[in-house]
Unconditional design. Structure first.
Length: 147
């Protein structure tokens, strides 16, 4: 009997918690997230806003016209911006990271930025991926393979 209970418990723990994506209205986003979207992309049409729930994690995703995707945590703090047709707005890239990119990769654009609270991951338009720590110091560069 114990063996069966342990097996059932192991199976229950192995099954991933289902995520729930719910489409919401823009004004249902945390106010902090609304302000970032309005300031960074004032004239860009909002296509879709979703709230994603996974166990105790809540995050928001905003899709804009022009292939722009933003993510925010439950408090409305910006965590990711990906642009497919244009550069990430300067206001979303910390000044020290912008300065580094400008001096070491002149003329290059930031196409994606992700921030998890500890690290900043940056994708440039030439395919280089840069990782910075929370003090904005470069800790890794991933160079794209030559084709």
């Amino acid at each position: 009997m114990r063996k069966i209970l342990y097996t059932l418990l192991a199976l229950m723990l192995a099954v991933p918690v289902a995520a729930e994506d719910v489409e919401i209205q823009f004004d249902q986003l945390p106010e902090k997230a609304q302000k970032v979207v309005q300031k960074a992309f004032p004239d860009t049409r909002i296509k879709k806003v979703e709230m994603e729930r996974r166990a105790s994690l809540i995050q928001y995703e905003v899709k804009l016209a022009g292939g722009i995707k933003l993510q925010f945590n439950k408090d409305g703090k910006f965590t990711e911006c990906e642009c497919t047709k244009s550069a990430v707005p300067d206001m979303l890239v910390p000044e020290k990271i912008r300065a580094y990119v400008g001096s070491e990769f002149p003329g290059r654009k930031v196409m994606r930025i992700e921030h998890d609270g500890k690290l900043f991951d940056i994708l440039l338009d030439n395919g280089y991926e840069l990782t910075f720590n929370s003090s904005y110091r470069l800790i890794d560069i991933d160079v794209p393979e030559e084709e």
